[in-house]
Design a protein around this ligand. Structure first.
Ligand code: BEZ
Ligand code: FE
Length: 284
């Protein structure tokens, strides 16, 4: 090992916690290896410093440009991969993303999360159960859901939307059932007006994420599940700019004709789309 690298690693020998010591010394080693390997020039070093500075300057309470950077570099999904080893039939997890808002309204079984339905729009009924790895129902699991509006923007990003539009909290029923009325999601572009946008443009990469609906499902004594449902046949399923797509999360939706039963149960009198999905949580 290079003498300088050795000296720097040695300088961190005072870190008592073994894990923290390992994190720091491995970082120094890999960083030094990278700089050696690419033979970094002073001009390139300065560009990197300016990029990281600009990334920090873009961050504020509602904007986390470093998370976005981690997402487009695939680091967020690598952390997900390492920490959510698949149990056989467990629902796969994926990126959390920067657009979650806590403490949204709790809604009744089957309630709508949209504020308005355009005359030409059909509601999307999402139904299924929350179960454990033995397929036993989990009652009272907390289901938090969020998605973009038709313009590809989340409430919180878009001053035209009320903050709880297309967001809400549901609780699963006795047999683990849940039902949510929403809208078909659309593919949308991640924020492009910061250094991460510059990086993607420079790399001739696109900004699109395939249409998806976010879910965070939590229940006492179970591991939290942070995931999305992606819509089949979306043109960006194979090139999600944050690499979040997993096969087990791609769902199909069907169009259903109006029925008295659905009208009575969910107050839907028109035709509607439906997705059925079973979420599987794993015991702690
Ligand atoms: C999202 O799906 O909300 C998202 C995830 C990663 C980066 C940007 C947006
Ligand atoms: Fe999203």
């Amino acid at each position: 090992m290079n003498k300088l690298t050795q000296d720097v690693i040695q300088s961190f020998s005072g870190i008592e916690n073994p894990r923290h010591h390992y994190l720091m010394t491995a970082l120094v080693q890999k960083l030094h290896e990278y700089v050696q390997e690419v033979q970094l020039s002073p001009e390139e070093w300065e560009i990197a410093i300016r990029f990281l500075t600009a990334t920090g300057q873009k961050c504020h309470e509602q904007r986390q440009e470093y998370i976005l950077l981690s997402d487009v570099l695939g680091v967020s999904m690598l952390v997900d991969e390492i920490n959510h080893q698949q149990h056989e039939n467990q629902t796969p997890s994926t990126v959390f993303g920067p657009f979650f808002i806590p403490d949204m309204p709790v809604r009744e079984y089957g309630a709508a999360i949209f504020k308005t339905l355009e005359p030409d729009q059909l509601p999307l009924l999402i139904t299924g159960r929350v179960v454990d790895q033995d397929l036993q129902p989990i009652e009272y699991a907390k289901i938090e859901i969020w998605q973009t509006a038709e313009n590809g923007m989340y409430s919180g990003q878009d001053s035209q939307q009320e903050i709880d539009n297309l967001r809400g909290i549901f609780f699963s029923q006795v047999q683990g059932e849940y039902a949510i009325q929403s809208l078909l999601p659309v593919s949308y572009q991640i924020p492009s007006d910061g250094p991460v946008g510059d990086l993607l443009n420079f790399s001739k990469r696109h900004f699109w994420r395939p249409a998806h609906i976010h879910f965070m499902i939590t229940a006492p004594h179970y591991h939290d599940l942070v995931t999305h449902l992606f819509i089949q046949n979306d043109e960006y399923l194979n090139s999600d700019t944050v690499f979040g797509v997993k096969d087990g999360l791609i769902v199909n939706y069907g169009r259903c004709e109006p029925s008295a039963k659905i009208e009575q149960k969910f107050n839907i009198s028109s035709a509607y789309y439906q997705i059925e999905y079973q979420f599987v949580l794993v015991r702690e």
